[in-house]
Write a protein of this length. Structure first.
Length: 137
């Protein structure tokens, strides 16, 4: 597949001894491309596909499929391949990211310690809320 033109080259070869007719058909509603090849000849046909649709390209000989392939033109999302001379980008954490993670961990531990300490002293009260019941009443 060639982007951004959404073109595909289909090469048909005649390995027989006589002249043969062939057709290249697509399931996207476009007309079939027909041709005739002499013995031992080959022909390359350029086909344009629709964007973001699966297209089945099929080569037929005497109304029988010889080979078929389903192709999706996805040129909008395609990114150009990096050239061999380009350097890979530096990945990994910076020193500021490490400091931020250390500060976040320290703050979480300090918050946990405060909650644990306060949870230990909060339910205790020195005065009694209800008077104790005495034996006979």
């Amino acid at each position: 597949m060639d982007c951004p033109g959404r073109t595909v080259d289909v090469t048909v070869r005649n390995t027989g001894r006589g002249t043969e007719d062939y057709a290249i058909e697509r399931n996207d509603g476009s007309a079939a491309t027909a041709g005739r090849l002499g013995a031992g000849a080959s022909r390359t046909t350029e086909i344009t596909l629709r964007e973001d649709r699966r297209t089945r390209v099929e080569v037929t000989w005497r109304n029988r499929p010889v080979r078929e392939r389903t192709i999706t033109a996805d040129c909008r999302r395609a990114t150009p391949a990096p050239s061999p001379s380009d350097e890979l980008p530096r990945t990994g954490s910076d020193s500021t990211v490490l400091w931020a993670r250390a500060a976040t961990g320290t703050a979480a531990m300090l918050t946990g310690a405060i909650i644990f300490w306060y949870g230990g002293i909060w339910p205790r009260r020195r005065e009694q809320i209800f008077a104790k019941k005495t034996g006979g009443e």
